[in-house]
Ligand binder design. Structure first.
Ligand SMILES: Cc1cc2nc3c(=O)[nH]c(=O)nc-3n(C[C@H](O)[C@H](O)[C@H](O)COP(=O)(O)OP(=O)(O)OC[C@H]3O[C@@H](n4cnc5c(N)ncnc54)[C@H](O)[C@@H]3O)c2cc1C
Length: 229
């Protein structure tokens, strides 16, 4: 990369070095990125960063899995079958590599004061859910449904014993949420594949009687489209 471009990127973006890169589930790699610029970022649980994954133009969005105020951001990247630039980067990045990304952003965040919290989504959504669940006390009222391709694709989530797990193909996430039929009055967080997100929201609002303002949604990906954000 030309020196001038490097200097421009250094001014515009955060930068760190990959210090850990290891499997955290069958198709998911956890990447720990450390650097002085990453201290005191203060991401809200559920927020994401936009990572430069290829050259200087291609960015992909990843939720913050864990944050260490001493100066480390952890991401988990799914190696999906579509294998675009994001998945290729997540699969190939090594310890010692430099990573550039923008600051934490986004409104898909935990509402900590809600009387109960319902989580529904897929493998990619589980990453954001991980940081949201970690921010809730043991006494929090938590429920939800998570869909993965195989049991080995499940991320180790806090409060996991209170979440329902379903396998893709053995039913749908929408049906699992219909079966859960959570009572309204809390906040529901729904993320992952775009059409599934809409179906789950419809079920919560139309069948379970939730106020749509209490169903927080975020499409993370959709078949045939590249880098939703
Ligand atoms: C707010 C937000 C947070 C996100 N957080 C995470 C995260 O923490 N971890 C993570 O892995 N991803 C996350 N994503 C998704 C991520 O940004 C990329 O979209 C994803 O990595 C795919 O990028 P890609 O370059 O590999 O494929 P793209 O070039 O974007 O897409 C190529 C094709 O691959 C297919 N595809 C894309 N994603 C999937 C998938 N999950 N399963 C099956 N097929 C797929 C689609 O058909 C798509 O057309 C998040 C997205 C958003 C918007």
């Amino acid at each position: 990369m030309p020196a001038l471009l490097t200097r421009v990127l250094d001014r515009l973006m955060l930068q760190g070095t990959v210090t850990e890169a290891e499997p955290v589930a069958a198709r998911m790699r956890r990447l720990r990125v450390e650097g002085p610029a990453l201290a005191r970022l203060d991401p809200r649980p559920g927020q994401q960063v936009r990572v430069l994954v290829e050259g200087t133009l291609t960015r992909r969005t990843y939720s913050v899995w864990r944050y260490d105020p001493a100066g480390a951001v952890e991401l988990c990247v799914l190696d999906h079958e579509g294998a675009g630039p994001g998945a290729r980067w997540g699969r190939s990045v090594r310890t010692g590599d430099t990573v550039r990304f923008g600051g934490p952003e986004g409104s898909f965040v935990l509402r900590p004061d809600a009387p109960h919290h319902v989580f529904a989504g897929d493998e990619t959504a589980s990453v954001a859910f991980g940081s949201m669940l970690a921010a809730l006390p043991a006494s929090a009222d938590v429920s939800g449904c998570l869909e993965t391709r195989t049991p080995e694709d499940r991320l180790p989530l806090p409060h996991a014993d209170r979440l329902g797990w379903t396998l893709r193909g053995a039913g749908s996430l929408a049906d699992a949420v219909r079966g859960l039929n959570p009572p309204p009055g809390g906040v529901a967080y729904v993320a992952g594949e775009a059409r599934t997100v809409q179906s789950v929201k419809r079920i919560l609002v139309q069948e379970s009687g939730w106020d749509r303002r209490t169903v927080v949604t975020k499409p993370f990906w959709t078949p045939g489209k590249r880098g939703l954000e």
